[in-house]
Structures are given as C-alpha cells and as structure tokens.
Design a binder for this molecule. Structure first.
Ligand code: ZN
Length: 115
C-alpha cells in the first residue's frame, strides 16, 4: 500500500532539490562564463557556455518533468499503477524509482526495446 502523504512529501522535497541544483548550475555557468570573458572571451567561450547550460538543463528538465508527472499521477490516483501493463507497481521498486510510471518488468522491456 502506497503512503500517498509520504510519497507526496518526498516528491516535493525532490522537486525543491532539483530546482536548487538547477539554479546553482546556472550560477556556476554564469561565473565560469564571466571568468572566460575577463580573459578575453571569444566565440569558443560562448559555445562552451551554451553547451554546459544546455546539457545541465536537459538533464534537470527531464528529471523535473518525470517528477511533475509523478505528482500528477499521485493527485489523480494512478500513481503506483503501471502505465504500460496496468499492474500494481511493487512498492520496493517505487521506493527506489519514485518517478517511475511503469513496473520494473515494463521498465526493463522499454529499455531493451527503446532507443
Ligand atoms: Zn508494467
């Protein structure tokens, strides 16, 4: 049985951590970019900055998207049911993969058959 209140609390804590990391990464990128700029920044420094910010935001946005989808499923009552096969997701799997929309079997199948 899923403890909805505790799950929601953990998801909201994760969301807060993610947003803090996202802002810290942006601040670091800004500082690094400023340092490059003071040393005589050029197009290469700008390209490096764009790549760093893009890579960090891709990772963070993906995690944030999965987290928000998990919160939505929790609110609508489908959290804990596999989106692929409809089975009840094992609580141990969910404890280790809080954002997962699928059971462990379907997650493995999707990884094998996916891109
Ligand atoms: Zn499944």
């Amino acid at each position: 049985m899923i403890d909805r209140v505790e799950t929601r609390r953990l998801l909201l804590l994760d969301r807060c951590d993610l947003l803090v990391r996202f802002h810290q990464a942006l601040d670091r990128a800004d500082n690094d970019y400023d340092a490059f700029d003071r040393l005589g920044g050029n197009d290469q420094a700008g390209h490096w900055y764009a790549c760093l910010v893009s890579r960090l935001s891709d990772w963070d946005l993906r995690a944030l998207g999965e987290l928000l989808a998990a919160l939505d499923r929790l609110e609508e009552g489908s959290y804990g049911s596999c989106a692929a096969c409809g089975a009840v997701i094992d609580t141990q799997w969910l404890a280790n993969h809080r954002y997962s929309a699928t059971c462990s079997d379907c997650a493995v199948t999707m990884d094998v058959g996916g891109s």
